[in-house]
Write a protein that binds this ligand. Structure first.
Ligand SMILES: C[S@@+](CC[C@H](N)C(=O)[O-])C[C@H]1O[C@@H](n2cnc3c(N)ncnc32)[C@H](O)[C@@H]1O
Length: 282
């Protein structure tokens, strides 16, 4: 019954190629003959969402917009045939796939070995809702909107600066920092969204002899800067991980947040000054 609900939901939003009879065998990560007895089919049932692979051109672009480097630890939630993890590993990134289907896990491990990245690309069989993924510095997903929403509180609790890239599906009212659409060599599911987990800055901060009051909705900020007895609304105010940026009284403030301190520079009329603030609301 549950599987039917999931299949119906996937059909409704187009993540399943219609009727089962239309399911297509898919060229999994290279060397499918490494697992001769198991060839996954696009649209085959999965625990909470069917398996449809992200097209390779979008995998590449998702890693590009996340700006992955060799210092990152990437985790793909529901890793399918392992292509995102293996592609990341080929870029020198340590990467882990969490996948519920044990056959896909075996297929992925063998593909990683045969592509020479078995040391960097690891796969675990498990449920993404029961496996700790909070050590990742980059998360990739191709799930469903309601699954993204269930994962969202955990993701927002991860280290500020963690990058999250989702194929096709959004995070409800958490607006993405960036959206890309791949036009060439991509036929379906060619859009990806990128978020950066924001530091939590809501509250009151002492800034020199003034006061900065911030309210926060995900990465978007609003508030006032009180200086020399004058309250100025802040505009264009945003977090990108630990980086803060806002305009107040015609001055652009940029800076970095570390726990209960923030510091940076403000620019106005060609002059640049340092500023610092500390939390004053405990
Ligand atoms: C749409 S596919 C995406 C595969 C891969 N991430 C990609 O982009 O090519 C979703 C994958 O999630 C897996 N999956 C579904 N529910 C899961 C769960 N609760 N825990 C782990 N994996 C799950 C499915 O088996 C499937 O391989």
């Amino acid at each position: 019954m549950k599987t039917l609900r999931i299949l119906a939901a996937a059909c409704a939003i187009g993540l399943l190629p219609l009727a089962a009879g239309q399911a297509q065998p898919v060229q999994a990560t290279k060397n499918p003959s490494a697992v001769p007895d198991y060839v996954p089919r696009s649209g085959q049932p999965g625990k909470d969402v069917v398996w449809v692979p992200t097209q390779q051109v979008l995998v590449d672009r998702m890693l590009d917009i996340a700006g992955v480097t060799k210092d990152d630890y990437l985790i793909d939630l529901g890793s399918g045939d392992g292509r995102t993890v293996i592609t990341a590993a080929k870029r020198g990134v340590r990467a882990l796939g969490i996948e519920y289907n044990p056959d896909l896990v075996t297929l992925s491990r063998r593909a990683a070995e045969s592509e020479g990245v078995g040391d960097k690309a690891r796969f675990v069989q498990g449920d993404i809702f029961e496996t700790n993924f909070t050590e990742a510095t980059v998360l990739t997903l191709f799930l469903l909107p309601d699954l993204n929403l269930r994962l969202r509180p955990t993701i927002l609790g991860m280290k500020p600066g963690t990058r999250v890239v989702s194929n096709t599906f959004t995070m409800d009212d958490w607006e993405p920092d960036e959206t890309i659409v791949v036009a060439d060599n991509c036929s379906t599911y060619c859009r990806a969204y990128h978020w950066v987990v924001p530091a939590k800055v809501s509250g009151t901060w002492r800034l020199g002899d003034g006061e900065l009051k911030l309210s926060q909705n995900f990465q978007m900020l609003a508030g006032t800067l009180m200086r020399e007895g004058k309250a100025q609304s802040i505009t264009e105010a945003k977090m990108k991980g630990n980086e803060i940026s806002f305009l107040a009284g015609g001055q652009r403030y940029t800076g970095r947040v570390e726990n209960d301190r923030m510091s940076g520079r403000n620019e106005a009329a060609g002059a640049s000054r340092e500023w610092q603030a500390t939390r004053s609301d405990g």
